[in-house]
Design a protein around this ligand. Structure first.
Ligand code: SF4
Length: 346
């Protein structure tokens, strides 16, 4: 196997566990993926599709919903075809996720109309893929391509912003403490710079929480809960007071809280920056990483050593194969039972 191209995501994570990357690469080349369709993963991709339609339609909600629904229908058709044996069990979970995704896109459109969104300006590109040869230490092109898809590119008052959409579990707000060094973000800024000659003014993490506003909780006393951890909004709270015939004056503080927080619990937009030195440092480490990845493919027997840890491996779909490799088994013979033909669209 030769290395022809790597993605920005791979460049950042391949060497965390060489064995994981080697097997992932093998699966990709053979068109296989995990047997159990992951609903959260699916929802994240569906949200991306919805946002893609929304921005392609110049911030048109209907286009966003259409794009999302088309994605959902295609996905269901593929699951029914390839995973008939689990279709009945999956249907309920899929329907709940489907409604959540629809609400998230609709609420995002509302949030944009409040004027508090940072995604302002002219839409230059949507889902734009950039490819550039990895440069060696003399800045000469190698024969390996670095590629990455930028979700959205905006121009506002002469400044260029790259946008990366993320969906996030609603349990807690995302931790942005390492965003200033996030490798994926740096990779997108780097590719944009090398392809256009322009260093983007900023990169915005556009995070949609996997939550939709609900009416406030009604307590046994018939009054409304004043907990500020509820996923509700000023409008829903006001509406509940009116419906239950309660006195608004008893809820002024909580109403004020939700009026001020607006959509803070649902949409978080964090901006970060990269200068030329940081992009050159990325260029340098990407070259050395690529060399190591190439060596792994050339000599997998010696170089695909694992990096096992209880915490680091809990999510890994290769756990059984990994154990088999180390206890003298034949890990790749397990792949046919552990994995199935890929159903997700790229
Ligand atoms: S189980 Fe852990 S060590 Fe093994 S391939 Fe997966 S991530 Fe790597």
């Amino acid at each position: 196997m030769t290395l022809e191209s790597i993605s920005v995501t791979e460049a950042g994570s391949a060497l965390d566990c060489r064995r994981y990357w080697y097997w992932s690469n093998y699966l990709r080349n053979t068109g296989l993926e995990s047997n159990a369709p992951a609903i959260p993963l699916w929802l994240g991709r569906g949200i991306h599709k919805g946002l893609e339609g929304y921005f392609r339609g110049n911030r048109d909600l209907l286009e966003g919903i259409n794009s999302y629904v088309t994605w959902y229908n295609n996905f269901c058709t593929k699951i029914q075809r390839d995973f008939a044996y689990i279709w009945v069990d999956l249907q309920k979970e899929l329907k709940a996720s489907y409604s959540l995704g629809w609400d998230m896109i609709e609420n995002f459109s509302d949030f944009e109309r409040t004027g508090n969104s940072k995604l302002v300006g002219k839409i230059l590109e949507v889902e734009k893929r950039y490819k550039h040869p990895i440069l060696d230490t003399n800045r000469s092109p190698t024969n390996v391509i670095l590629s990455g898809k930028v979700d959205l590119i905006l121009e506002h008052e002469g400044a260029i912003y790259l946008v990366d959409h993320k969906s996030h579990t609603s349990a807690k707000k995302p931790d942005f403490s390492a965003l200033s060094i996030d490798d994926q973000v740096t990779g997108y800024a780097y590719l944009y710079w090398r392809e256009t000659g322009i260093i983007p003014t900023g990169i915005i993490y556009n995070v949609l929480m996997k939550a939709t506003p609900r009416p406030p909780e009604v307590l046994q006393s018939g009054k409304l809960s004043k907990s500020k951890s509820q996923f509700t909004t000023w409008y829903l709270y006001k509406d509940a007071i009116k419906t239950l015939g309660l006195k608004e004056s008893d809820y002024l503080e909580i109403l004020n809280y939700y009026a001020l927080s607006g959509y803070d619990d649902y949409f978080v937009q964090e901006e970060t920056f990269r200068n030329e030195e940081e992009l050159l440092a990325y260029e340098n480490r990407t070259y050395w990483r690529m060399k190591e990845m190439r060596e792994i493919l050339e000599d997998p027997t010696r170089r695909t050593y694992s990096t096992p840890s209880t915490r680091g491996c809990s999510w890994c779909s290769f756990k059984e194969a990994c154990k088999s490799q180390d206890d003298g088994g034949d890990p790749e013979s397990l792949f046919d039972t552990l994995f199935s033909p890929r159903i997700y669209e790229e």
